[in-house]
Design a protein around this ligand. Sequence first.
Ligand SMILES: Cc1cc2nc3c(=O)[nH]c(=O)nc-3n(C[C@H](O)[C@H](O)[C@H](O)COP(=O)(O)OP(=O)(O)OC[C@H]3O[C@@H](n4cnc5c(N)ncnc54)[C@H](O)[C@@H]3O)c2cc1C
Length: 357
Amino acid sequence: MPPPPAPAAGPIAAGGIAVVGAGIAGLSCARALHAAGRTVTVFDKGRSVGGRACTRREEPDAGAVLPFDHGAQYFTVKDERFARVVERWRDEGVVAPWTGRVAAVEGDTFAVKHTPGLMVGVPGMNALPRRLAEGLSVHSDRRVTALERTGAGWTLRFDEGPPAGPFEQVLVTAPAPQTAALLTGHAHFTPAVRRAEHQACWAALLAFDAAPALPFDGAFLNDDRLPDGSPNPLAWAARETSKPGRPPTPERWTLHAKADWSDAHADRPPAAVLPEMVAAFTALVRQATGETLPAPTFQTAHRWRFAHVKNAAPAEGAGECLYDSAAGLGAAGDWRLGGRIEGAFLSGLALAERAAP
Ligand SMILES: Cc1cc2nc3c(=O)[nH]c(=O)nc-3n(C[C@H](O)[C@H](O)[C@H](O)COP(=O)(O)OP(=O)(O)OC[C@H]3O[C@@H](n4cnc5c(N)ncnc54)[C@H](O)[C@@H]3O)c2cc1C
């Protein structure tokens, strides 16, 4: 079953709870609040929902659409609460197991690993946030630049357009530095948010006319060095076409660079980074498998500034989220709980429980 369409933005109603960020954390939070009968309005600076759990559609030629999961590649499930939701999504066809051959590539060897339980959105990773956003009031293309406290509650200011509010509470679910920027001076827990750190990730998106005959569909590229002794920029490669529900042609691969390399090269232009990533993948594949990667027929690069969580926010006591009941402010996100989709979901859920007990 195709995922439901992204929600259309309607008029912004004042009152209730504002959620900043329509990634997995913000949407799981908003959905739980909505289910609890609260009025909730979600704002995101992006063009669509999902944040880092997303699917990018490249259209190099008229009529040709190349979808790539350029952020999160798959997700895993450990917690019972998340498992129940994922089971329902699975019944609905929103997610499915990814049974691709996932290998570890090291030096002149590769070993396909046993990786049960890898799940993906269908037909793309953005199926998860789209499903979570169903029925919610979500306003895309709204970058929140400031929170202002007035007698009546919280007003949100944007980079464009009129302010929104007043809201009784504001819950911020952006990556930690962006959350800290909005909450500074307002919430007692802001110093803890500021101590959480993210690392960047460069993604390269490639398409090929002929399928590279590689003996794996996903690969952890573990070596620190390339065969020529230079630093290996790459951490991961995935064959998009091996995931369920994706168009089978053309052959498409997503490469992710290592976090330290991405940080070091974060300010370079995509056109400078891309050839280095493609050359590294070609060299690693040739060394490990003897196969030669054909030249890509399409290639582009995307930089995630706040991709992976380096240091989670230290717990002020235990807690999957941060909440200041006196101020009516809260914060959640993957930076609270391990930097994965499941952690983001659970952090958002915990914040909803704090905001509407
Ligand atoms: C390259 C990459 C690979 C990954 N691989 C995996 C994987 O394989 N498995 C896995 O489980 N996880 C993976 N992750 C991590 C996973 O994507 C995240 O843990 C999860 O999606 C985070 O969700 P979130 O809601 O906490 O944050 P986000 O998804 O970052 O959502 C935050 C939202 O806030 C919005 N926002 C920020 N500032 C503002 C503002 N001022 N105003 C309005 N909106 C704002 C953003 O636009 C964004 O939509 C990967 C991430 C990346 C980048």
